[in-house]
Structure formats: structure tokens, C-alpha cells
Design a protein around this ligand. Structure first.
Ligand code: DGT
Ligand code: MG
Ligand code: MG
Ligand code: MG
Ligand code: MG
Length: 268
């Protein structure tokens, strides 16, 4: 077909190809979830239904989109790490980011009822997205460590804060004043000596967030085959399949990376 005279407008599109060899990280964050959490009666400081729904939506991203090596989420955010060698959507940043954001949002709504039951979704939630490139394995590990350290700092604060309010009978203003200027050691000590709470025994989901990785699982299947001489026969065979697995473990130390050497690709 002959090109129309309007065709030239295509040349206004700008190139947003992500630099080769870099890990492409897409991070999503819930829009105004402070309000969303209040309006949907999220429990404080952590709502396991909300965290479960975030992880379920992230799993659908891993399963539906190509080449995600690991995803990590906490609170109202999730980061998706594309393999550094991915050529999905020709590494176009806007395509990658918008596919992740829109699929995540629709999954969040789609699976809402599985996690919140009869509690209605009051309005359509949104998620912002950004793309960041990391050129080395060290940078990528430090990125994930940064997000997990953020999870830890916020969760320790929130645990201390809501314990003072819910168990200590303080007002929210009093709890805020009480925690003003405290270091993490002080918060740990306060929880332990005043409320008999050992922070390290709190739920790993809340302290560590959720990492989603691919794991190989062997599954045994039975199939009925029809053979010319023997007729119908049952055969059993095993095949190995990739499956998304959720972990609530430490990503900051080396042991996670030693136990899962397939996640990262060699620095070039
Ligand atoms: P933004 O991201 O700038 O549009 O604004 P927000 O309000 O989403 O702020 P952000 O992302 O920095 O903080 C996440 C908010 O979500 C935070 O105010 C607490 C809320 N939130 C996340 N998870 C939970 C939860 O499990 N329980 C409760 N009660 N609130 C939660
Ligand atoms: Mg924010
Ligand atoms: Mg947010
Ligand atoms: Mg957030
Ligand atoms: Mg199209």
C-alpha cells in the first residue's frame, strides 16, 4: 500500500531502547496507597491479604511476560528484573514498562476477590512504573538490597509504632513522639523489654518482603498410549518444568545468590 502523506508523523517517535548488557528493572508502586489502604480497611501495619494479592499479581507477570529472572516486592511496590540478555520488545523501555504496569493492574483487580472475599473493591487502583538499568551484578544485587533494607526499616518502625498504639495504649501522636530519634536497636529493645516481642521472630513475609524466582520441578505424569502390538498401555514419565516460587528470605547476604546461581548472568 502506498504511504499516506501523514506517514511522516512516525518520525516524531523517539528511541527508548535500553542499553545492551544491562539488567532492566521495572519498579511499580501503588498510586496513593495510603488512602487506598485506609478505604479498604487494610490491617496495620501489615495486611496479609494485600501482600498476597500483590504477590499473586506479580506471579502472573512472571508467567505471562518473557524473560523476568527475579521479582521482589514489599508494601505497595514490586520490582521486576529482566534478564540482561533479553530482547523482549526489542528492549524498548516504554513497551516493557507499560506492559508490566497494565498487566499488573488488571491482575490486581482480577484476583481481588480471591484475597478480599466479600469486601468490595471501591475504585480502580493504579500503579506508576519506572525503568532503571543496572550494568553489573553488584549494582543489581545492591538495588535489591536497597529495596529489602527499605522493607526492613519501614517494617521495624511500623511494628514498633502500632505495638505502642495497639498494645501500649498510646495515641498515634504519643507513639510518634516516643519513636522520634530512636535507632533500630532502641526499637528492638523496646519491643522486647516492654512487649515481650522478639522482632526477629516476626513473620518473614513482613520483615523480608517477597522474592519470586523460577525453580525447576520434576513432575511425574502418566499417559495412556496405544501401541500396535500391545494395545493400550499406561506409561509413566517425568519431565522437568519451570515454576514460580515465592521466598521470604534475605537477599542482602551472599548465601541467597550462592544457592541460586542461575538468576544472574555473568558480567560480560
Ligand atoms: P504514592 O506512591 O506517592 O502515590 O503514595 P502512597 O500513599 O502509595 O505512598 P507510598 O508508596 O510511599 O507508601 C505506601 C503506602 O501504602 C503507605 O502509606 C502504607 C500503605 N500500605 C502498604 N501496605 C500496607 C499494609 O499492608 N497495611 C496498611 N495498613 N497499609 C499499607
Ligand atoms: Mg511514593
Ligand atoms: Mg505508593
Ligand atoms: Mg510504596
Ligand atoms: Mg499493537
Amino acid at each position: 500500500m502506498a504511504k499516506s502523506k501523514f506517514e511522516y508523523v512516525r518520525s516524531f517517535e523517539t528511541d527508548d531502547t535500553c542499553l545492551r548488557n544491562c539488567y532492566i528493572v521495572v519498579r511499580l508502586d501503588g498510586r496513593n496507597f495510603h488512602k487506598f489502604a485506609e478505604q479498604h480497611n487494610f490491617t496495620k501495619p501489615n495486611d496479609d491479604r494485600a501482600l498476597g494479592l500483590m504477590a499473586r499479581s506479580a506471579r502472573s507477570i512472571m508467567e505471562d511476560l518473557e524473560d523476568i529472572a527475579i521479582a521482589y516486592g514489599q508494601s505497595d511496590e514490586f520490582s521486576f528484573v529482566f534478564k540482561r540478555s533479553t530482547n523482549w520488545f526489542k528492549r524498548r523501555g516504554s513497551k516493557l514498562m507499560t506492559h508490566v504496569a497494565s498487566q499488573f493492574s488488571s491482575s490486581y483487580v482480577f484476583y481481588w476477590k480471591e484475597y478480599f472475599g466479600e469486601q468490595p473493591l471501591l475504585y480502580p487502583p493504579g500503579f506508576d512504573g519506572r525503568v532503571v538499568l543496572y550494568p553489573t551484578n553488584r549494582n543489581l544485587k545492591d538495588y535489591l538490597s536497597w529495596r529489602q533494607a527499605d522493607c526492613h526499616v519501614n517494617n521495624l518502625y511500623n511494628t514498633a509504632f502500632w505495638t505502642l498504639v495497639q498494645k501500649g495504649g498510646l495515641s498515634t501522636t504519643q507513639a510518634e513522639e516516643r519513636l522520634n530519634g530512636t535507632l533500630s536497636g532502641d526499637k528492638n529493645e523496646m519491643l522486647f523489654s516492654e512487649f515481650n516481642i522478639n522482632y526477629n521472630n516476626e513473620s518473614p513475609l513482613h520483615r523480608k518482603g517477597t522474592a519470586l524466582i523460577w525453580e525447576k520441578v520434576d513432575e511425574t505424569l502418566t499417559k495412556t498410549v496405544s501401541l500396535p502390538k500391545e494395545g493400550e498401555k499406561e506409561v509413566t514419565f517425568t519431565r522437568s518444568r519451570r515454576k514460580v516460587t515465592a521466598l521470604n528470605c534475605d537477599l542482602i547476604g551472599d548465601s541467597f545468590w550462592e544457592e541460586h546461581p542461575d538468576i544472574l548472568e555473568e558480567d560480560g
